[in-house]
Design a protein around this ligand. Structure first.
Ligand SMILES: [Zn+2]
Length: 342
C-alpha cells in the first residue's frame, strides 16, 4: 500500500540525502562574498545574523542537502550571546564607553535591550540574568527576535543598489521562522570558520569607524579581542570544576596536571573557538600546555571524541551543576555540545 507519506519519504531521501554539489558550494561562497561586499550596513546586525545562522546550522548536525528551519527566537538567543559581552563599557569605569553598534544616532536597540535586562536583573553574567528572572529574559528574547525579523533578516540579502539575491532563505514577513534553502545549512556549517572570521573582521571595522567609539581607541587596541574573545580569567575559573572530572590528568596524554611554569594547565575548547564561538560548558577540557599547543585549531582525533563523550556522560551533570553553582556564566547544554562536535 502506498500513501502520500511513503511518497514524501522517498522523495525526501532522493532529493536531500546527498551533500550539495561542488558547484553549489562554490556559488554559495561567491554569494557570501557578494553579500558582505555589496550590502550597506547601518548596524552590526547583519554580521551577527550570519554568524548566528552559521552557529545554528552547525548545531543542526545537517550533513546533506536538507533545508532547515530556524526560529527568530533561536536567532535571538544567539544574538544575546554575541552581544552580551560587547555591552560592557570598553574603557573600564566609563559607562559612556559602551561601544556604539549603529551608524545612526544612539545605540543599536539590541544593546539597549541587553543593558536594560542587566539593570533590571542586576546581573552582568548572561547565565545569571537568564535564570534570575525567566519572565524578563523571555520578554527580552521576544523583543530581540522582533528586531532581527524587522531589520537584518529583511535586508540581509539585498545590496546597496537594491539588487536582491535570496540565496540563503526567502524572506517572509508573516512567518516567525526562517527556512534555509536546501544545501544552505550544509554550506553555512561547512564554511562556518571562514564566515565567522569574515564577519568578525567586518564587524570590528564597523565599530572602529564609528566616531563615538573612536575616542576610546588607542592605536594598538585589540578590538577583535574585546568583541569576540574570552577574558582569560573567565576560563581559569572553570579549572576547579573540571579537574575532578578528569582525575587531575591531562585530557590528551593522561599525565598528571601540574601548576608549573613550564607546562601549565590550560582550559581547552574541545571544539575550537574559531569554529564555534559559543561557550557550552561541556566543550571544555583541561590539558597541559604542550598538548594544548599541539592540538591548536585541529579537531581532536576520534578516540578523543569518544573519550570526551564518555567524560560528559559520566560527569556532565556534575560539571553542569558545579558551573551553575559557581555562576560561571557558561551555557550548560551537553546535547548541544555533542551535536556540534559530530
Ligand atoms: Zn598532555
Amino acid at each position: 500500500m502506498s500513501s502520500i507519506a511513503d511518497f514524501t519519504n522517498v522523495f525526501t531521501i532522493n532529493t536531500f540525502a546527498k551533500p550539495p554539489s561542488a558547484a553549489f558550494q562554490l556559488n554559495f561562497l561567491r554569494d557570501i562574498q557578494w553579500l558582505l561586499e555589496s550590502s550597506s550596513y547601518t548596524s552590526t546586525y547583519k554580521f551577527a545574523l550570519l554568524m548566528a545562522l552559521a552557529n545554528l546550522s552547525i548545531e543542526s548536525g545537517i550533513d546533506d542537502n536538507s533545508p532547515h528551519i530556524i526560529s527568530y527566537k533561536q536567532l535571538a538567543e544567539q544574538f544575546m550571546q554575541l552581544y552580551w559581552r560587547q555591552a560592557i563599557p570598553f574603557a573600564a569605569q566609563n559607562e559612556d564607553s559602551i561601544l556604539r553598534q549603529s551608524a545612526t544616532k544612539g545605540q543599536a536597540s539590541v544593546i539597549t535591550l541587553i543593558l536594560n535586562l542587566q539593570s533590571d536583573t542586576q546581573q552582568t553574567s548572561l547565565n545569571k540574568a537568564r535564570t534570575s528572572d525567566a519572565k524578563k529574559w523571555q520578554s527580552t528574547i521576544t523583543k530581540v527576535a522582533r528586531v532581527i525579523k524587522t531589520y537584518p533578516a529583511r535586508h540581509l540579502q539585498s545590496a546597496e543598489n537594491n539588487n536582491n539575491r535570496e540565496f540563503i532563505y526567502v524572506y517572509d514577513a508573516k512567518s516567525n521562522e526562517i527556512v534555509l534553502k536546501p544545501g544552505i545549512a550544509y554550506c553555512l556549517s561547512r564554511f562556518s570558520k571562514i564566515i565567522n572570521k569574515l564577519c568578525q573582521q567586518y564587524w570590528s571595522d564597523f565599530v572602529r569607524k564609528n566616531s563615538h567609539n573612536q575616542m576610546y581607541f588607542s592605536d594598538d587596541v585589540d578590538l577583535k579581542q574585546f568583541l569576540f574573545q574570552q577574558p582569560r580569567l573567565y576560563l581559569g575559573k572553570l579549572q576547579d570544576v573540571l579537574i575532578d572530572a578528569q582525575h587531575g590528568q591531562c585530557f590528551y596524554c593522561h599525565k598528571p596536571l601540574k601548576e608549573d611554569a613550564k607546562n601549565r594547565t590550560e582550559v581547552d575548547h574541545f571544539i575550537p573557538w574559531s569554529k564555534y564561538p559559543i561557550d557550552t560548558v561541556h566543550n571544555f577540557v583541561l590539558a597541559d600546555h604542550s598538548c594544548n599547543n599541539k592540538k591548536r585549531d585541529y579537531l581532536a582525533e576520534e578516540k578523543f571524541y569518544e573519550q570526551w563523550l564518555t567524560r560528559n556522560q559520566r560527569y556532565g551533570q556534575i560539571i553542569e551543576a558545579e558551573s551553575q553553582s559557581q555562576n560561571l556564566g557558561f551555557i550548560s547544554n551537553r546535547q548541544r555540545s555533542e551535536t556540534v562536535s559530530q
